[in-house]
Design a protein around this ligand. Structure first.
Ligand code: MN
Length: 315
């Protein structure tokens, strides 16, 4: 077990005072702690997120649909008890692509999201995220792209309409070219969401994907502007913040400049050696095969450092 392979410092450890930044909330995705698909309850991660110093726990994937009514109640109660906000991201399943030419397929994708809106309300979740535009690619791009784009606009508009009825925001995640082909940059996403035209049509930007596609983190955040609804902020290699080479000052200042008041979730995919690690292509364990206690300690040090960073500066 590697004890301290990481580069970041803990603000508390070096005696710095960390002023709480009220406008932005720091979250962690529960998959930070998992490398397998055996998890059957998100509830233990509410306490773990809180104890590691986070305001938000993000949940998602296969498990969400298996939750019973009692488990939803239990999760909501834990979130209230620990004062942890929940966030959720889900990708539509195969044969339910929002950009498909067949309206029946798009309707399946629309229902995939809108059917769970009451659950989101029960859990106090403010918006739905996910890689919504992850349709299979049909070459050639030039023959299909505009039509698929238009289909996506129609489907997203309907999801946003139904979400608005439940007081929810729609945070369509923008991913890199290897995981989607409809829109890969904040600028394109802005154009698409402006065509959707509803106030709750927002995007999730993700620094891992941005690092592949964007010319500038700051300009991408400016392009997103008030269409930025959620942010996955993890390092270039998907590790905890402070362990890679992201320009965190630039990102912080740009987020401040657009007055972003949402969640910054560390969607850190770091653990190798299981089905989830394989799905996320984690071939080398970014934690140095850390034990559970070290995982918590590293997450805590990272978020403390971020709180310090986000409490500084003059913008
Ligand atoms: Mn993401």
């Amino acid at each position: 077990m590697s004890e301290k392979p990481l580069l970041f410092f803990s603000a508390a450890e070096v005696g710095l005072t960390v002023r709480r930044v009220e406008a932005m909330k720091f979250g962690i995705h529960y998959i930070y702690w998992r490398n397998d698909l055996k998890c059957r309850s998100y509830t233990p991660y509410v306490e773990r997120a809180k104890k590691s110093g986070f305001d938000v726990l993000e949940i998602g994937d296969y498990l969400f649909f298996d939750l019973t009514g009692a488990q939803i109640e239990e999760l909501a109660a834990a979130a209230r008890e620990y004062d942890v906000e929940l966030a959720l991201g889900l990708d539509p399943p195969q044969n339910a692509a929002l950009s498909d030419d067949d309206p029946a397929v798009r309707e399946k994708g629309i229902r995939f999201y809108s059917d769970i809106f009451p659950k989101l309300n029960k859990l106090g979740i403010q918006g739905i995220g996910g890689n919504m535009l992850n349709a299979p690619f049909r070459p050639p791009f030039s023959d299909h792209h505009q039509r698929e784009w238009n289909n996506a606009v129609l489907a997203l508009r309907e999801i946003c309409r139904r979400a608005a009825d439940c007081g929810l925001q729609v945070n369509c995640e923008i991913v890199n070219r290897y995981e989607g082909h409809i829109a890969n940059t904040a600028k394109d996403a802005r154009k698409l969401l402006d065509e959707v035209g509803l106030p709750n049509a927002k995007m999730t930007l993700d620094s891992f994907h941005m690092n592949v596609e964007e010319s500038s983190f700051a300009n991408a955040i400016f392009d997103a502007g008030d269409r930025l609804g959620h942010f996955h902020l993890e390092e270039n290699h998907r590790g905890l913040l402070g362990t890679g080479h992201l320009p965190l000052y630039e990102i912080r200042d740009a987020l401040r400049k657009i007055n972003y008041q949402g969640i910054l979730t560390m969607e850190s995919l770091v653990r190798a050696g299981g089905e989830l690690g394989d799905c996320a292509r984690i071939w080398r364990d970014l934690t140095g095969w850390a034990d559970e206690e070290t995982l918590d300690r590293n997450a805590k040090a990272s978020v403390e450092s971020m709180r310090y960073l986000f409490s500084q500066g003059t913008l």
